[in-house]
Design a protein around this ligand. Sequence first.
Ligand SMILES: *[C@@H]1O[C@H](CO)[C@@H](O)[C@H](O)[C@H]1NC(C)=O
Ligand SMILES: *[C@@H]1O[C@H](CO)[C@@H](O)[C@H](O)[C@H]1NC(C)=O
Ligand SMILES: *[C@@H]1O[C@H](CO)[C@@H](O)[C@H](O)[C@H]1NC(C)=O
Ligand SMILES: *[C@@H]1O[C@H](CO)[C@@H](O)[C@H](O)[C@H]1NC(C)=O
Ligand SMILES: *[C@@H]1O[C@H](CO)[C@@H](O)[C@H](O)[C@H]1NC(C)=O
Ligand SMILES: *[C@@H]1O[C@H](CO)[C@@H](O)[C@H](O)[C@H]1NC(C)=O
Ligand SMILES: *[C@@H]1O[C@H](CO)[C@@H](O)[C@H](O)[C@H]1NC(C)=O
Ligand SMILES: CC(=O)N[C@H]1CO[C@H](CO)[C@@H](O)[C@@H]1O
Length: 659
Amino acid sequence: MLLSRAFSALVTGVTALQAQARVTNPEWPRAVSSDAQPFSYNRTHFNLHGDPFTIIGGQIDPQRIPYQFWRDRLIKAKALGLNTIFTYTFWNNLEPTPGTWLADDPQNDIAAFFRIAQEEGLFVVLRPGPYICGERDFGGFPAWLSNIEGMEVRTDNEPFLEETRKYMANLAEKSGIADLQVSRGGPILMVQVENEYGSYGDNRAYTAAVRDIVRDNFEITLYTNDGGADWPLQGGQIPGVLAAVDGGAWALPARDLYITDPTSLGPLLNGEYYTWTFDIWGSHNPHNTTVGNEDIVSQILGDIPYHFNNFSASISFYMVHGGTNFGFQSGALWQNRTTAFISSYDYGSPLDETGRTTDLYYRMREAILPFVPEGSVPEPPANLPRASIPEFSLTPFTSLFQVRGNKTSSPLPLTMEALGQAYGYTLYEHIATSPIEGNVQPGDRPRDRVIVYVNEKVKGVMDSQYQHPLNVSVSLQPGDKLQLLVENLGRVGYYSRGNPYRNYMTDPWKGIKGNVSVGGEVITGWDMYQLQLDKVPSKPPCNDPAMNDQSDAPVFYKGTFIGPAIIHNSSMTLDTFISVPNGVRGNVWVNKFNLGRYWLVGPQQSLYLPGSIVKPNEANEVVILELEPWQMTSSSMVAYGESERFWGNNPDPDCLECV
Ligand SMILES: *[C@@H]1O[C@H](CO)[C@@H](O)[C@H](O)[C@H]1NC(C)=O
Ligand SMILES: *[C@@H]1O[C@H](CO)[C@@H](O)[C@H](O)[C@H]1NC(C)=O
Ligand SMILES: *[C@@H]1O[C@H](CO)[C@@H](O)[C@H](O)[C@H]1NC(C)=O
Ligand SMILES: *[C@@H]1O[C@H](CO)[C@@H](O)[C@H](O)[C@H]1NC(C)=O
Ligand SMILES: *[C@@H]1O[C@H](CO)[C@@H](O)[C@H](O)[C@H]1NC(C)=O
Ligand SMILES: *[C@@H]1O[C@H](CO)[C@@H](O)[C@H](O)[C@H]1NC(C)=O
Ligand SMILES: *[C@@H]1O[C@H](CO)[C@@H](O)[C@H](O)[C@H]1NC(C)=O
Ligand SMILES: CC(=O)N[C@H]1CO[C@H](CO)[C@@H](O)[C@@H]1O
């Protein structure tokens, strides 16, 4: 996904007629269907087992959906009228530390998802990246890449290509994806090379190298996907690889205007037609939705026949079902300040975050049905009810500063990555040896949200989400403890060479990079504690001193609710939205599963709790980490589960003037 709608301005004036002037290329057909290659294409058509084939696709990323619900979502995608699922794979989840490939972890078992798709009568298009964007931390790259000497992502840099080779081979072989290619009887029709690379650069040696790496591991059709304008398409096309476009209907004519290499021409595919869009945190950012926006809905409904009739194009709806960036998996953009994606990836898509069909779903279905053989599309199942959970209270049991984590000491601060940590929080502590005062500079810039404490009393918040990160000043006496709690809000996952901002994809480090100074003087002597919180504490650590009223440190709360009874024989009926009405900012775990972030600024005001992790008729443990207890207006922490979700925004108590 790119910031697609911005491109519409760039292609004004391109008409279907201009595009048609270029459609014929005498060198085709170049690929013919055969037993060995059942899916192929010529200049105008995809071909499956010798018959013309129009892709009616939609994007679902299995790593964003509880695996127990994969079949439910695929059945509904099929019932929408789709014949193909487009899927990104998230390298960072598959290989969380170098060399550990999670082939058998059910949530990362992409082959299992593809097999279910095939059982449900769907084909698949694989989008393995290595860069995928997808509003994920670092665009899907593992954070540990940054620790490799000489690493530069998305270039023909040998360390990057070497890791890409290993990743692609692991995906093909260890994850068993290669065996699911259509050439071997599986559902995978095509594989995408890189992702929207033309928006990022125009290094042809790099794209050719990625093509060759993908080709070494997959024998089926390859394609690229780029924004529908001149420079993205020109930068992204790769000789011998089919070029697809993405964006609204306006993107379609661009392909034949700007892709001039005949070896990249073939049937027209809009590889990402946006059913709507993502949300970012902020008091002034309302939830993006098509609900109540009839203009947008009509546009989507009109664009469907336009793709098929006016352009004989194939299409993939991005997203048909977005799902959730659980835990710390959401990414960020840099737009002269950090814009961080919320945990929900609802996307306003036809299947909502909980997999329920929406009004948009039924209206799109009506628009699609005329283009598929009569009777070939099953009826969508009725929506199952979601649960509500009565309010329950939570009690504080320890503070984040008591939990600590692995400790590293060093004269100068180290980045999260150098500490061997990817996500979450890092606590940097220094004991003053001489009096010092002035503004705190947390390395070269706040990366990303820095809470400053002296002896556990908060002094202020610096946050790269704020256009002008606030200055925080401290005054330290010998023996005073300066503490910087640094939160990774998501590494930048998208950069466009068309924008005027810095490319922080090549400067992804989190925590503290560079020196911490107070009043301009460099501070040396640091203890650093990793708080990735893969394992959430559920009881006080040994010899945890009593909770200290004088401390502003983040607080862990714990409570339980009794899981509702399953109805209609489906754990989906235990789905709910967890709301923490008195909380300011933090994370929620249920039965040790990290649901994601809450922040009262919104637009997200509740977290999707999938029924797959709820235990019916027994106690379920909820742990909440509240980062800003000093901002709470009520001293009681309560939570409840809502069967309907509410979006909304509130002022940011840490920066009332911030926009
Ligand atoms: C391309 O394939 C389509 C569908 O199979 C076929 O109708 C058409 O004739 C082919 N075009 C050429 C130039 O062979
Ligand atoms: C699409 O095709 C229809 C039917 O041929 C035509 O009436 C309509 O004007 C076309 N739309 C555009 C935007 O070209
Ligand atoms: C980025 O922000 C800085 C500081 O607020 C400002 O001076 C600069 O003009 C901004 N740049 C762009 C391209 O908006
Ligand atoms: C501490 O580091 C060890 C070895 O790197 C790792 O196995 C363990 O999970 C880490 N513990 C925490 C709490 O991060
Ligand atoms: C922070 O302090 C610096 C000088 O140390 C000053 O230039 C800057 O304007 C201050 N920023 C704000 C937001 O007050
Ligand atoms: C940090 O401070 C140390 C000690 O003053 C100095 O040697 C080093 O160059 C500084 N590093 C940066 C990135 O400024
Ligand atoms: C519930 O569903 C499961 C799997 O779909 C099935 O095996 C089981 O028999 C069902 N139980 C009842 C009571 O319907
Ligand atoms: C496509 C669209 O309308 N996106 C909007 C989503 O929400 C953000 C924050 O309010 C807006 O800036 C976008 O324009």
